[in-house]
Structure formats: C-alpha cells, structure tokens
Design a binder for this molecule. Sequence first.
Ligand code: SF4
Length: 414
Amino acid sequence: MLLKATSTTRELIERILPENGVPSLRIVLNKVESVLTRYIEKAEEGLPIVGYHFSFPVEYLLCFDCVPVCLEATSYFLATFLAGGSEYYYDLMNNWGHPFHTCTSQKGAMGMSLDDLFKFDALISPTAPCDCTIASYPFFKYKENYPLIMVDLPFLHQEKSYYYYADQLKLGLSHLGKIIGQEPDFKKLKEAIELENQVNRIKFEIFELIKATPSPVENMYNPSSAGSYIFIGGTPENLAFHKEMLEITKTRYKNNEHYGGEERVRSIWPYMITWFSIDLMEWLDRNLGLSVLFDIFNYNFADPIDTNSDLDTMFLGMSKKGMDFSMVKQSTEFFEPFIDYCVNFAKDFSADCFIYTQSIACKQFGSVPQLLREALRDEVGIPMLLIEFDAGDARMTSLKTFKEKISMFVQTLI
Ligand code: SF4
C-alpha cells in the first residue's frame, strides 16, 4: 500500500510538474520507492518484520537481516499521500476506545494493525518522547500479541544517562535478536552508522547554507528530509538523497536563487509541519514567498558516532544520538534549553518570525508556546504565530485555515 502510494505520487509529480518542480520530493520518493521495493522482496523471502518507533534510529536495526518498518512514518506518509489520509484508521481506533486526543502518528498504525494491514515479528521503541507513545505501544503487545521491547530512555540529559541508555540499547538489541532468532552483526551496524555519519555531515553543510538570504533550500526539503531520515536511514539511498540535495542547494546558493519566487519572509517552525498535507510547504514558497527554514525533524545534529574504538564507545555515541534525536531532545528535557536554542536559531538564521504548531497530542509541550513567544519578542524582537492542530488529521485544523491564518500573519510582517 505504501509502495503504491509512493510510486503513484512520484509518477504524478513527474508527469504533471515542470522538470525543476519540487526536486526534494521527486528525489526522496524515488529513493523511498527503491528501499521499499527491496524491503518487500526481503519480506517475501521470509525475513522478520521489525516495527520501530520513529525515535529509534533505524540504522541501529541494520545489525539484523530484517525488514524495518516505522509505524509513525507509515501513518503520516499515508496521511499525506492518500485522498482522505489515514483518517479511516484514526476513526477505527477512536471507535475501538482509544482516546481521541492521542497522537495520530501512533493511532494510524494502531488502526492499520486492527484492520490487519500490519503483521510484525517484533516491535521496538524507546520510552520516549511522550506519554502518547508509552501509553499507545502496549496496545500492540496486549491486543495484537506482538513481542514488544521498550528501551528505557532517561529524562535527564546527563553523562550518567548516556551510559545508562547505551546499556539499554545493547540489551534491547540483544533481546530483539533472541525474538527474531538472530545474533546482532556489529560489523553491519558499524557500516550503517558510518553511512549516517556521512549523511549528518552533508545535512550540516546544507544547514549552514540555509543561513544565506535568500535561503537556497525549498520548503519541501523539510518533509522530504524527515521522511528520508526516519524511514530509510542507514541505506545508500538516504546518502544519495542528501548528496543530490547538497548539490542543488550549492548551485542555488552560488546563483543567489530562491526556489519558487522571491523570498519575502523567513520562518522557523520549531515543532511540526502539516503531515496531513505537505503541499502547504510548496504553497507557502510559491504564494507567500515564505521560507520554512527548518522544522523539528531537521535541526538536530548529533556528533559523529565513533566507530573506530571499541563497541562500548560506539554504543555510547549511539546513545547520545538516540537521546538527542528529533522530538526526543525537545520532549524529554526541561523547556529552558529549547527556548535558548530557538532564540539562537532566530538570530543565526535571520528569521523574521516563528510559526509554532501545537499538536493536540503533545501535552508535554502545551505550556511552552507562550514562554517561547515572550522570549522571541524580548530577545530578538520577532513575533510568533501559534496554530493548534493535529499533525496527521486535517479535520482539526484544515489546510484552508492554515493558509488563511498564515496569510493574515504575513500581512502584519510586510
Ligand atoms: S511528541 Fe507529540 S508528535 Fe511526537 S510522538 Fe509524542 S505526541 Fe506525537
């Protein structure tokens, strides 16, 4: 289903849009299609299917010969690719009795599981980033009877926490190996991590170029890069996507070019974009000249993981990356560091404004927007628009409402 949705969207883009239209989406769909095709072949050969939470870096699972499937990415890919999104599956779960205000990224996958679309040999998730995750995953164990491994991720981000989580990762992978009848292959793990170290360096370079005015990166790079990072991490396709994007970005930078017309407003979205309709990104570029410089899935950079020392050092690096992963970093810390780096981002990237999307599901972040708004006003002198929404369900705040609110907000800036 996901492969068909991905292929159809890619075909539509190739047939309808001009050749230079949304290159990031065009390239990433091609890469995701290639990985999905390979994974489907592997599943047909009988390799175990391992479901994972998006905040568990997928390359860590490549120490096994398995088919990794991200539950949350599947929900949100289908939310964005299918007419009607994943709404049918949200409703299925709501009717089953799951609370309506939980995260649709998990709820979609739960509904798909209830509808017999998923079959997992095992599932693995950290106890992060939020209560929605921790309260939703037991459904898969108790209702669907899938073996579930929850890797305990500490709240404090201190040195001792990194050591603790490194042990948890080791235990989790060893436990997973026992369930699927395989020994972890640390040589393969090392290769996947080294590949992601390269991706990280490229993303960092792209990020530096985003500081230029106009930004040389199109808005659609945000969901494309997030999808690639979460769904096909550790694969040559992910590296190829980022290499191609770096070349496009460098060319635009040299020519002082902005995608889709003149850049009029530079915005930072410190939380999520609208996964129910990622075409909003393109509309903002073309209709309002509003750059979305980056969103939550694109501004976290871990130090490269040391793969040349011993295994313990490698796991410590994996732990630091896992604990500072997108959304985990923000949601498992106190809010002060988040406010601090948002203020610094605003200065470093010459942002004109912030657009904060508060999801109905992210209770742990409900009190932060007002504090952030005050900090941005007092420290940088820029405004913040707050929009409440559900990232995967257009029925809460529609695309039309998003367009209207942002259009009105932009009028106050120009
Ligand atoms: S932090 Fe928010 S968006 Fe992320 S998984 Fe939890 S509820 Fe969903």
